[in-house]
Ligand binder design. Structure first.
Ligand SMILES: Cc1cc2nc3c(=O)[nH]c(=O)nc-3n(C[C@H](O)[C@H](O)[C@H](O)COP(=O)(O)OP(=O)(O)OC[C@H]3O[C@@H](n4cnc5c(N)ncnc54)[C@H](O)[C@@H]3O)c2cc1C
Length: 387
């Protein structure tokens, strides 16, 4: 007899799911539309999440983290996003972009000074790769860092930085060698309050409106040499590796929102009546619900598989890109069907599916668009097929 493949999650992960689900129901659900309509960043809520260990999920306890893995992390982001995508996005960007870049590439001293306050939730993290002229083509970034004695002087503009306004610590990618392409990029840790470093325009967005997305302006910011992350010239490679892990959380974000939109549709279709019967007694609606659930479950398997590969120290970059691509496109389809099932009530703000429909779109764009995921997956396929 071969060993059976077990698709159930460990008990402690299901217990964590329950804990986060209860928290989201009590602390997030009542405020979702107020935050969305008012573009209010829920600072007090983020503090509570910090106290629960949710801002340091994937880091060892010695660094102020909760000492868990990516599987737990995916489930936490999924459950938060099931209620509010903006909160899920905040937890994701903080953990796997800013804090994880410092954890995986930082020195002991950098971890002590910056990872500890991030992982314990004392301060929010920002991670700034994208610029007005370079998003998908991140290697073309133009922010410069020039060495003057023992400080780097940074100049440039970053945009679309999650927690750009509210963040206290930022990892910023800048060009240290002009003309060297992606090999001339390095990563730096910046602190809020450094002279010349400030948030610029705060974006007014289609969705994820309770998430803070801002420009970052850098004008002759003097950054101590000790704040260079790793070696000079490896910042682009570091950023790509950071994104590989981050994609698991964006996939989980999409999964959670799809689940939320699906559950709302199941509930609504049982309650709403047309032509003398409940909506869910019409076969066309039943088929929609069936297709939604199948796609959500397929995405869930991809997300947990990518997380589990990472936790086991196995190659996971292709699996993460596959999970991100499938889960994000699936979530857009599911949210679309959810609005359709609600009819006119799906188009107004009294029901949650209108917001899911707007929020999920971010998942096919942030941390590498769907087109970029396909490029990453194709690169792996071609690389694997070389003799
Ligand atoms: C809400 C939000 C939060 C974000 N948070 C952060 C953050 O915290 N930090 C950060 O650094 N960035 C962040 N981003 C930026 C995000 O990662 C970029 O928007 C994304 O990578 C796409 O870059 P772009 O917007 O410049 O689009 P572009 O790169 O200009 O792409 C435009 C379109 O062209 C396609 N395209 C581009 N090149 C190719 C190609 N070679 N082949 C085929 N198609 C191609 C793209 O897929 C896309 O469809 C955030 C964005 C948003 C909207």
């Amino acid at each position: 007899m071969g060993e059976a493949l077990d698709f159930t999650l460990p008990e402690h992960v299901e217990a964590l799911r329950e804990e986060v689900r209860r928290f989201a129901h009590k602390e997030i659900r009542p405020h979702v539309m107020t935050w969305d309509e008012g573009r209010i960043f829920p600072e007090a809520l983020m503090r509570k999440l910090g106290e629960m260990g949710m801002l340091g999920i994937i880091f060892p306890e010695q660094w102020g983290g909760a000492g868990m893995g990516y599987l737990e992390y995916a489930v936490v982001v999924e459950e938060l996003a099931r209620v509010d995508g903006s909160v899920g996005l905040g937890v994701a960007a903080h953990n796997s972009l800013c804090a994880n870049h410092i954890y995986s590439q930082g020195s002991e001293d950098q971890r002590q000074r910056y990872l500890k306050p991030l992982a314990s939730g004392q301060v929010l993290g920002t991670w700034a790769l994208t610029e007005p002229g370079s998003g998908s083509d991140a290697g073309a970034l133009r922010t410069t860092a020039r060495l003057a004695g023992d400080t780097w002087v940074l100049n440039g503009t970053k945009n679309f930085a999650t927690h750009g306004t509210v963040g206290g610590i930022a990892v910023v990618m800048a060009r240290t060698r002009p003309g060297a392409g992606s090999d001339g990029i390095s990563a730096f840790i910046l602190e809020k309050g450094m002279p010349g470093f400030r948030a610029g325009k705060q974006e007014n967005k289609l969705g994820m409106r309770a998430s803070d997305t801002s420009e970052l302006i850098l004008e002759d910011v003097a950054v101590p040499a000790a704040n260079l992350l790793g070696a000079e010239g490896v910042g682009f490679k570091q950023a790509m590796t950071t994104l590989d892990g981050g994609r698991i959380s964006i996939a989980a974000l999409a999964l959670g929102m799809a689940q939320g939109a699906f559950e709302a549709s199941v509930k609504y279709s049982a309650m709403r009546r047309t032509f003398g019967r409940a909506l869910n007694e019409h076969q066309a609606i039943q088929f929609k619900l069936a297709d939604m659930q199948v796609q959500i479950e397929a995405a869930r398997l991809l997300v947990y598989r990518a997380a589990s590969l990472k936790d086991r120290g196995l190659p996971y970059a292709k699996a993460a890109a596959m999970a991100k691509l499938y889960a994000s496109e699936m979530a857009c389809r599911v949210a679309d069907e959810a609005v359709q099932i609600h009819g006119g009530y799906g188009f107004i703000k009294d029901y949650p599916v209108e917001k899911f429909y707007r929020d999920v779109k971010l998942c096919t764009i942030g941390e590498g668009t769907s087109e970029i995921q396909r490029m990453v997956i194709a690169r792996h396929i071609i690389g694997e097929s070389r003799p």
